[in-house]
Design a protein around this ligand. Structure first.
Ligand code: BES
Ligand code: MN
Ligand code: ZN
Length: 499
């Protein structure tokens, strides 16, 4: 889909579908006023007849209205005008796209600018609106032979702005949003692929393909023999129970000076998690194909950042393996030695994410990072603690945590911090090794992070547990692309480009 910002007059604009937000309380926006005047009071009449009240989510499609050039006029409730923010802009754009499913329109003009301030604060709302529109168009059809046609046939979305200044802001927002949306799409596509297609080898192949596409990107794939040499006993122990060879994928983007310390993102790339010998119950086990969503988000962020040519050095590291039961798989009680030299008693083979991540985190030390952020579908306990609305955030560096929290608020891709107090660490005590890989049921998201913290003592580090946010279950089953928006907002902010 093409996105553009113009300040066309909606009354004169020849568009297939003009979309106007109606706010609760009956006050029309500036554009609403113009359209109402041109259509001899049609908008007020419709509000008076109570066919639309302005409540967020309502939609009303009016065909061929006299007085305006648009073929259709779509009215969408946007809630109270004073509450209209980036989250409402998101809903507005999403509703607009979804409502066109019932029409033959292939192009939309969205009256968004007049609902926003004319200053830089509109940047986030424009950006969120474009990302939301693009997300609403998303379908995963790669594995279907039939019914592959897109449900919505939109090809162009025009963001109507109020003046030249707002157009410039909207255009910048569109540029960023288009790159972000491409990253989010890549993340969702990789995540939605089944475990028999998206294997560690497949992810490594995707990385190599990205390298061909983007000259600024270097890619390195470590094989199991390389990991052996590095002493990655924890990562390799998980992969031993699988017939697919583990891969450690590194994507390296140099957008800043060579001497600038890189930021490093580490994503859990467990392409299928059956639990191993501590096997999972079979209900909904298919969803454990999503156990590589952290890794997929690293791919998505890298893609967007390269496309945006951000002036930063960014490295993405994705440890990738399967976790399956097998005669050669980890057994409860097994003790392995990690690359850091610390030994780990594996009391539950289903706590495998931390085993592959700990070696990847130690590996990151060689990059001398400015900060490391890992992203992982790490614990069911995080979903119990926070539900599916916020990703869990844990960090050993408070300023970094605050930056991430702020990026969550600004992008609408929110996180909530959990404490990383020493009190929790005791739960990982083992009688036989330096630590156990589980800390009991209580505070499970935190003890998992405590485990990782033992491998990041030398680094400014934050951990994002995305077990609740990376995908949806039920009728809408599918990857969300989170936390790509959050991470890109974090990076844009660091570059002072988020406005
Ligand atoms: N990938 C799972 C975490 C998970 C479970 C994410 C369900 C989303 C939904 C992880 O590898 C795992 O199995 N964690 C265990 C840890 C436990 C054994 C300490 C869990 O959460 O049950
Ligand atoms: Mn597991
Ligand atoms: Zn897992």
């Amino acid at each position: 889909m093409d996105y553009l910002a113009t300040s066309s007059d909606p009354v004169k604009l020849r568009t297939q579908c003009l979309v106007l937000g109606i706010s609760q309380g009956g006050k029309l926006s500036a554009r609403g006023q113009n359209i109402d005047n041109a259509t001899s009071g049609l908008i007020r009449q419709v509000i008076k007849s109570r066919d639309i009240s302005g409540k967020a989510g309502e939609t009303l499609l009016l065909p061929c209205c006299d007085g305006i050039q648009a073929k259709r006029l779509l009215l969408i409730g946007v809630g109270r005008q004073k509450d209209f923010d980036q989250a409402q802009a998101e809903c507005f754009a999403q509703q607009a796209v979804k409502a066109t499913r019932e029409t033959a329109a292939t192009e939309l003009a969205l009256c968004l600018g007049d609902l926003l301030a004319a200053d830089e604060s509109s940047y986030l709302a424009f950006r969120s609106a474009v990302i939301a529109a693009d997300s609403a168009l998303y379908q995963f059809n790669q594995c279907k032979a039939e019914n592959k046609d897109p449900l919505i046939k939109l090809t162009r979305l025009n963001l109507l702005s109020v003046d030249g200044r707002q157009i410039r802001i909207a255009n910048r927002a569109v540029d960023h949003a288009v790159a972000m949306a491409a990253g989010i799409k890549l993340t969702r596509d990789l995540s939605n692929l089944p475990g028999n297609i998206c294997t560690p080898g497949y992810l490594a192949g995707q990385a190599s393909a990205m390298k061909k596409e983007f000259r600024k990107l270097q890619v390195e794939i470590l094989e199991e023999s390389d990991m052996q040499k590095l002493g990655m006993g924890a990562l390799l122990s998980v992969s031993r129970g699988s017939r697919e060879a583990a891969k450690l994928i590194t994507l390296n983007y140099r957008g800043a000076k060579a001497k600038d310390k890189p930021l490093v993102l580490v994503g859990k790339g467990l392409t299928f998690d059956a639990g191993g010998i501590s096997i999972k119950p079979s209900a909904a086990m298919d969803e454990m194909k999503y156990d590589m969503c952290g890794g997929a988000s690293v791919f998505g962020v890298m893609r967007a950042v390269v496309q945006m040519k951000l002036p930063i050095n960014l490295i993405g590291v994705v440890p990738s393996s399967e976790n399956l039961p097998d005669g050669d798989a980890n057994k409860p009680g097994d003790i392995v030695t990690s690359m850091s030299g610390q030994s780990i008693e594996i009391l539950n083979t289903d706590a495998e994410g931390r085993l592959i991540l700990c070696d990847a985190l130690t590996y990151c030390e060689r990059f001398n990072p400015a900060a490391v952020i890992d992203i992982a579908t790490l614990t069911g306990a995080c979903v119990i603690a926070l539900g599916k609305h916020a990703s869990g955030l844990m960090s050993n560096h408070e300023p970094l945590a605050r930056e991430i929290l702020a990026a969550g608020e600004n992008s609408g891709d929110r996180v909530w911090q959990l404490p990383l107090w020493d009190d929790y660490e005791k739960q990982l005590k083992s009688n036989f090794a330096d630590m156990a890989n589980i800390g009991g049921r209580e505070g499970g998201a935190i003890t998992a992070a405590c485990f990782l913290s033992k491998f990041t003592r030398k680094q400014k580090w934050a951990h994002l547990d995305i077990a609740g946010t990376a995908w949806k279950s039920g009728a809408e089953k599918g990857a969300t692309g989170r936390p790509v928006s959050l991470l890109i907002q974090f990076l844009l902010r660091r570059c002072k480009l988020d406005h």
